[in-house]
Design a protein around this ligand. Sequence first.
Ligand SMILES: [Fe+2]
Length: 255
Amino acid sequence: MINHEKMELTVEKIIHTIEDFAPKNLAIEGDNIGLQVGNDLNKSVERIGIALDPSLKVIKGAHNKNVDFLFTHHPILKDPIRSFNGLIYEKLKILIEGDIILYSAHTNLDICKNGLNDALAKLYDLKDVEYLYSNGLGRIGVFNGTFEDILHLTKKYLNENPKVVNSEIVEDKRVFKVAVLSGYGLSQRDIAQVSKLADVYISGDLTHHSEILAEDLNLCVIDAGHYGTEVYGLKEFLKYLNEVFDDIDIISLDF
Ligand SMILES: [Fe+2]
């Protein structure tokens, strides 16, 4: 007789699967990753939710859609806090009353094999790919094509309306050294460093001062947004979870 009964999925099994993909030891020191809210590792899970941010909207959405296990890329707390009132109280109340587990894989998911940065390197089909930074963040490799091709892929998959700086420098080139970094990667320090290594740099969160520095240092920058450069890889991660847990509901909540 064939047993059609679903295998029970527990919090522990889900965490194990996530950490197989994005090992915790890859995270940058001090990053707040792992189990954020919840206690019962043996709790059975019927629906997983995935989001970039544990915003109030996402948490309410998870509650309304009967999500048992909410995975977010960004953690719920970055800085130490001294009291649980206001917004954080509101978020925790929904999570705890709804018995929703909250779990985050942040820089470990950026860095790991097939994580958010590898997803970007694959999108542009970069060759001879290396880490951009020695801590594993970012990727750099050779792009074979025109700047128009780079822009086309960016607009199609990351952001319909990216901010482009200094495109005239690379408009006539055919082969580029391209650097990518998911999320916040356009600080002045990043621009200064990457200008020595790449022709084109695709990342998110460009400020006025970084833009001026990129102009001064002749680096072509595409700001495809924090959201755009991270959600692309999160969608790939969602596909992976769907393959592993083929008989469970997995829903996206902010992408
Ligand atoms: Fe991020």
